[in-house]
Write a protein that binds this ligand. Structure first.
Ligand code: ATP
Ligand code: MG
Length: 437
């Protein structure tokens, strides 16, 4: 892609309405544009990053055997009346009427809809377990939308639902999701900590919020530093190992404020290991047993032909929130560096251009064509602008690798730079290796 052709409305001024770095940066680099309070359009640069995140989320869901489907954004109020949540959900739910006066709503989540789908098609334990997911827009009329894509009204979420015969089986589904979440966040270059979350009247310990540490986060967290020492890669994908993995994490104190007690914290965690800080919730997994299947009459026959309510859990990841959260985690000293896995481009070529010197641009174009041929997603900054402005701009856009064609270029060595480190002179072959072609 040529920068001169890219639809990227860059602004130089700090947007006054944006209070946190990720929000400022997403507006300044033209990733998003607010359309009304808490509702955004995703412009090409932002959309590209979000789609890359979505792809990783999808791959890790598929890996554990979850099946993708797609439910609509608009739902009928009927099923929400059955579950009892139509009234409980309150003003966060956007309620709409169709032309026949039927009560509809824009889905804030999908437990009711998936339960309705499930009860009409599955009748026997033989079809269990099932793990279904979709990646779809949600709408919640948040009272105070803020921080850009972090807390908005319309947002993109992966939500999965598990169906099992017994609580014991449901635990296995829960553990698989737990594993999938750890892997997903790791591939996104994030250190997300599973924190014990409130289970409400359901009880038990099967609810975790996955939180990344960030000063600007809205969740207050309390944890034992040892939670960072657990190496999630040492667990295998089998029931026993996954159970141990969840146990190992859950044993160490790590909670958000709704579960926090000062006395328990002091009793369980040595003073020097206590960590009180802020974080961003990027995912939430929750086993809620028959909370929806019971009132909605979602019954299955067990081995003895006895009808029983299916045991369910739900598992969310904030795909659009993750774009902002990743920026919060990686922005440092006025430089943004995207993790390679989700960077909007693999590499940017920055030639020094002037009216009298087209040589650099020609050289850059040659490299550009060559890299494109190798399927590298490359951005060429062909804009006639001085180098210092260019560098400032690319510090914000955050493409992790730069090929710089300027005064330093030699005959067969090219200047190559990884953001936040020193540049080096490399042959084109070496550069291709660095870019893993
Ligand atoms: P929060 O406590 O932040 O409001 P929640 O408990 O309401 O989150 P869930 O219903 O568990 O969130 O939704 C799953 C995921 O969707 C969350 O972990 C978060 O990453 C994302 N999410 C929730 N609400 C929003 C929002 N208003 N804007 C953007 N992402 C959101
Ligand atoms: Mg919420």
């Amino acid at each position: 892609m040529l920068l001169s052709k890219l639809f990227i409305p860059i602004t130089k001024d700090l947007p006054t309405e944006a209070k946190i770095k990720s929000h400022q940066l997403m507006i300044m680099t033209g990733m998003i544009k607010q359309s009304s309070a808490g509702i955004y359009s995703w412009l090409p640069l932002g959309f590209k990053v979000m789609k890359k995140i979505e792809k990783i989320v999808r791959e890790e869901q598929n890996f554990i055997g979850a099946q993708e489907m797609l439910m609509p954004t608009i739902q009928s109020s009927e099923i929400w009346k059955e579950s009892g949540r139509y009234d409980d959900y309150g003003e966060e739910m956007l309620r709409i009427k169709d032309r026949q006066g039927r009560e509809m709503l824009y889905g804030p989540t999908n437990e009711e809809l998936i339960t309705d789908i499930f009860r009409s098609s599955v009748k026997s334990y033989k079809s269990l377990p099932q793990l279904l997911y979709h990646i779809q827009w949600k709408f919640r009329d948040e009272i105070r939308p803020r921080f850009g894509v972090m807390r908005c009204k319309e947002f993109y979420m992966k939500d999965a639902y598990s169906f099992d015969l017994s609580e014991e089986d449901a635990k296995k589904s829960y553990n698989k999701m737990f594993y999938s979440y750890l892997k997903t966040f790791e591939r996104l270059g994030l250190k997300a900590i599973p924190m014990a979350a409130d289970t409400g009247p359901i009880g038990g310990d099967l609810s975790h919020e996955f939180v990344i540490l960030a000063e600007t986060g809205e969740s207050q967290i309390y944890a034992d530093k040892n939670i960072f020492e657990i190496n999630s890669n040492k667990y295998n994908f089998d029931d026993q190992s996954l159970n141990k993995m969840r146990d190992d994490f859950t044993k160490i104190y790590a909670v958000t404020d709704e579960k926090f007690s000062e006395a328990e914290f002091n009793k369980k965690v040595k003073k020097e290991n206590q960590m009180k800080t802020k974080g961003i919730e990027v995912g939430h997994i929750f086993y809620f047993s028959d909370k929806y299947s019971k009132p909605m009459n979602c019954l299955i026959d067990d081995k003895n032909g006895k009808k029983t309510s299916v045991k369910m859990g739900s598992y969310g990841i904030g795909v659009s929130r993750l774009v902002g959260a990743t920026i919060e985690a990686n922005y440092n000293n006025n430089v943004m560096k995207w993790p390679k896995s989700i960077s909007p481009f693999d590499v940017v070529i920055i030639p020094s251009i002037s009216k009298n010197n087209k040589e650099n641009l020609e050289k850059a174009e040659k490299i550009y064509k060559e890299l494109k041929k190798q399927n590298i997603d490359v951005l060429l900054d062909d804009v006639d602008e001085n180098m210092s402005n260019k560098f400032k701009k690319h510090d914000l856009i955050g493409v992790p690798y730069q090929i710089i064609i300027g005064s330093k270029s030699e005959k067969d060595k090219i200047e190559f730079k990884e953001l936040n480190s020193k540049s080096e002179m490399l042959s084109f072959e070496k550069i291709k290796l660095k870019l893993k072609i």
